[in-house]
Design a protein around this ligand. Sequence first.
Ligand SMILES: *Cc1c(COP(=O)(O)O)cnc(C)c1O
Ligand SMILES: [Zn+2]
Length: 388
Amino acid sequence: MKRFTYFKQWQCTTCGRKYARDEVTYLCPTCSIDYRPGMPLTGVLEAVFHYEEISRVLAQKGRQNYSLRDFCMVFSALEARDYPPLPVGNTPFYKVESLNLWIKNDALNPSASFKDRASQLMVAEAKRLGIGEIACASTGNAASSLAALCASAGIKAVIFCPENAPAAKLAQVKAHGAELHLVTGSYDDAFKAAMEYSASHECLNRNTAYHPLTIEGKKSAGLEIYHQNGCKSPDWIIIPVGDGVILAGIHKAFIDLKRSGQLVKLPRLLAVQAESSDAITSYWEKGEYQDAASPETIADSISVKTPSNAHWAVRAIKETNGAAIRVSDDEINQARLDLARKTGVFAEPSSTATLAGLYKAKESGLIRDNEQVVLLITGHGLKDIAGF
Ligand SMILES: *Cc1c(COP(=O)(O)O)cnc(C)c1O
Ligand SMILES: [Zn+2]
């Protein structure tokens, strides 16, 4: 069989079993319990690559001499020809002197959130398999993102959102012609509804972490940060965390770089969560998983009771010698105005949790002034204008 990418196989992050590309679709069949509310997913699959070959290919030309896009494609599990036509990624990365930090602005993706990276790969997978429909649960951004990427590729998107999702995000879903199901209850209820739908329909399910390509898709942001930073790791990357898939994706980027011999130092990952939606932070602190008591925060994109990717997220924090912290809604709001007024970047509350987190981490001495810090801006401010 001809190989078009350096993808080798899937490996279960729970038991280590390996599977060929089309042997499995979602979770490890041995480790995944049937989906149960109140439990993070087990048996999440990780993509493993032919790392020696990647290393050889990059050495031929020198990694800095690759364009950003070509560099990322070397690590892609899917071929460029299957990618949807709507361009994703290649977002700005630059230093903000006034706050002594670096910004990776992923709000400048086509649907105005980081989620486009995962949707891009899921649409490519549907193309590869000849599947005409993708279903997804979302607090709003994964929905608007999937709707946009599917529209560009002529694929049907079926979306499950909690009924209180921000109006702008629902408007995007409708504008792109997706089929929208509003679910009574929370994001966790929408997650369940999307699982039930895909179990009885011919489609792919894009629920975050459930399909391993949602993690792989998010990896491209980590690869971009590395390449845009002159092929060096920053000291810290600060990431807003809900389900823990962005965190896992960034972690995976640096793991893949390390496995292919590109990297000596992993950046430390700082996970920032809203106080009321802190299941991953508590898990990291106590070593034992427990649902968040009652997620209620203005940062809707990181509002989740049972983070689907909690196990990998905690591993990512530990492996990178990182940390997890909580911020309050007041702190998120204050940071939102600070960011907008001092940098010109208008971001949604989940994203500005990162700046609130940085303030706290500096105060406690966790992050020092001489360290290079990257704030991951994940969603545009226009998506959620409540409070203005
Ligand atoms: C989804 C999302 C997050 C959180 O990502 P997880 O993978 O759920 O941790 C953060 N910010 C924005 C804008 C998002 O849409
Ligand atoms: Zn397994």
